[in-house]
Design a protein around this ligand. Structure first.
Ligand code: ARG
Length: 601
């Protein structure tokens, strides 16, 4: 925000050094931690050290030399517009801004850039974020919601930070689980599927649970029961065989039931405002992955043990020259010629790199698949893909309810749609009492924004690696680290601005600012850095915490500092402008968190 001043000071430093034959090291500026005044500083240690090495002039210890340079430079600078004072301390040059000037620049910068405030400079690398990739023939549960939200927010962050960003999904649409559901449907439920998109998608889980009951070996089975179970098992195996062989009936059954899951998934993504750019499917990389096996054998990365009755394997540790076991040895082609999850991930990665020119490839996947992904990345490295270094697994922990853990096999899952509906319903019942003057339709919309905001924030405010026990009451609270608390900062700012009768004028913050105003401005000024940090570290949590701190600063300001009740027109105007800017930054932060910013609530 003070680039012009910074440039000016840099020029002066260079002039001074040239005139005095000092070999100036690269100048690095840092913000001075805020303590009532804003500023930035640079040190002359490197320069002093260079001088000592060159051996020019008298032999002065480095710290002393650095301080000398700082003092000399300060002397040369005199007074600079927009700068309140300059200090030379311990080899550092500290430059402090005029508080009014700084406040003014932050607020004007925000208002000038609006929704674009905080966007980073365009970068050359392309990032692909892969998320929202549940297995089909399964219900979308709260764990999938965590995955989807983390992935979407990460995509929004890297995109806003300046990277070309591609959103990708990779549903698992084959395997025994899928066949089990198809068998159950075909045998007992053909044509009996429910009508609604959510109902039908979620109903597939019921089939899965029932099928597992039928196929599970029970204690004390009678001979008839055993025979029955084995007959079912044989049918399922036969269906799997036919699927593999491309049998038209089974393939059609598969396409139809798969589409039910995908329709449900698309509905959920729509609710969460997620737009996937590229859809990969496990079934579609199966064939390409077989070709890869041959390539890896030819390149001596994989060992073909089929002639000895074995499989095709990759001894990752050995090939990488590791002496300790880390990635282990992995099968990439079974003896019967079928591929594995790992093989398909290799084919998928190749496609991402070659067809989509991905430089950084992010996988938002359950932490339990960590070893699997590390193995895949290690093989990609052996294979010679430089992008392997920039593959990143964003793992996430389990989500459960206070009542206990989930289990798909037993049908004990917490469906995302049910939790979301419940959250919205609860908000609505409170709203109905509170805001009688809002039309019903509008109220429904706001309740959805708040209910989903609560749910989404609760998935983001916990470190991704930790498990979450989702407590709906806590999430919906208007106090503490919650979505509604942050949304309420936006609502309060809107309401002040709506009540203001005067038109906003450019403001001068040349009155004594309260500590709440200063803290709010400080928080706002940090937004662009937080965007970069969250994107570079692949940590949505950074933005979630920041949004809370920003909202907190706004609420403190709101409680302590009068805006409209102010006789001094100049102060009132400045504060109104500050409120408008704060509203904008809160909105920008919420948008990155995939949370709506309501005007009223
Ligand atoms: N469909 C998988 C599952 O639900 C997640 C896919 C993860 N992505 C990957 N490239 N392996 O477990």
């Amino acid at each position: 925000m003070f680039q012009k001043e910074q440039k000016f000071i840099e020029e002066k430093i260079k002039e001074y050094c040239t005139a005095n034959d000092i070999a100036l090291a690269e100048l690095k500026w840092q913000a001075i931690p805020f303590s009532g005044e804003w500023g930035f500083s640079t040190s002359f240690f490197q320069t002093a050290a260079n001088e000592a090495k060159r051996g020019t002039g008298a032999k002065v210890p480095v710290p002393q030399k650095a301080q000398e340079i700082a003092e000399q430079v300060k002397g040369q600078l005199g007074s600079v517009d927009g700068i309140s004072h300059i200090e030379a301390v311990k080899g550092y040059l500290n430059v402090y801004f005029k508080t009014s000037e700084y406040a003014n620049r932050v607020v004007e910068e925000v208002l000038k850039n609006g929704a674009e405030f905080g966007r980073g400079e365009a970068k050359t690398e392309t990032v692909m974020v892969e998320y929202a990739q549940p297995n089909t023939h399964h219900s979308f549960h709260i764990g999938h919601a965590r995955n989807t939200i983390l992935g979407e927010v990460l995509a929004r962050l890297v995109e806003f930070a300046g990277y070309k960003t591609i959103r990708a999904s990779y549903p698992g649409d084959l395997g025994l689980g899928v066949i089990t559901v198809m068998w159950m449907y075909d045998k007992f439920y053909k044509g009996k599927e429910p009508a609604g998109v959510h109902e039908r998608g979620q109903w597939l889980l019921k089939l899965y649970v029932e099928a597992n009951q039928l196929l599970e070996k029970k204690e004390n089975e009678t001979p008839e029961q055993t025979a029955q179970r084995e007959a079912y098992e044989a049918e399922r195996r036969e269906m799997y065989r036919k699927w593999d062989a491309g049998d038209e009936y089974v393939r059609e059954l598969w396409r139809e039931t798969r589409e039910w899951s995908l329709e449900e998934l698309r509905e959920v993504l729509h609710m969460l405002d997620v737009k996937i750019d590229v859809w990969f499917y496990e079934s579609e990389v199966d064939e390409p992955s077989k070709a890869i096996v041959d390539e890896l054998i030819a390149k001596d990365i994989a060992d073909d043990e089929r002639p000895e009755g074995g499989a095709v394997i990759v001894k990752i540790d050995e090939k990488l020259g590791l002496t300790k076991e880390k990635y282990r040895t992995n099968v990439i082609l079974r003896r019967d010629g079928t591929t594995l999850y790992l093989t398909k991930d290799l084919a998928l990665a190749k496609e991402k790199f070659e067809k989509y020119h991905v430089d950084r490839s992010i996988y938002v996947v359950d932490v339990r698949q960590s070893l699997h992904l590390q193995q895949a990345f290690a093989i990609l490295k052996l294979w010679g893909f430089p992008q392997a270094e920039k593959c990143y697994h964003l793992g996430y922990g389990f989500v459960s309810l206070p009542e206990g853990a989930m289990s798909s096999r037993k049908g004990r899952v917490v469906l995302f749609k049910e939790v979301a509906d419940e959250a919205v319903k609860r908000v609505l019942s409170v709203e109905a009492e509170k805001s009688v003057d809002i039309p019903a339709e509008e109220r429904q919309k706001i309740a959805t924004q708040i209910g989903l905001g609560a749910l989404i924030y609760s998935m983001l405010s916990v470190d991704n690696n930790k498990d979450i026990v989702f407590d709906i009451n806590e999430a919906l609270s208007f106090d503490g680290r919650t979505g509604p608390y942050i949304q309420n900062a936006h609502v309060r700012a809107s309401s002040i601005l709506k009540k203001a009768t005067t038109k906003l004028q450019p403001a001068a913050f040349d009155y004594e600012l309260t500590k709440q105003e200063i803290e709010l401005i400080e928080q706002m000024s940090q937004f662009p850095q937080k965007v970069q940090q969250a994107a570079e570290e692949y940590r949505p949590l950074v933005m979630a915490m920041y949004a809370y701190d920003l909202a907190n600063a706004f609420h403190s300001f709101y409680h302590a500092v009068p805006v409209l009740q102010n006789d001094d027109e100049k102060v009132k105007n400045a504060r109104l402008r500050l409120v408008a800017a704060a509203k904008q930054v809160v909105a920008n932060a919420l948008r990155l968190l995939d949370i709506q910013a309501p005007e009223v609530m």
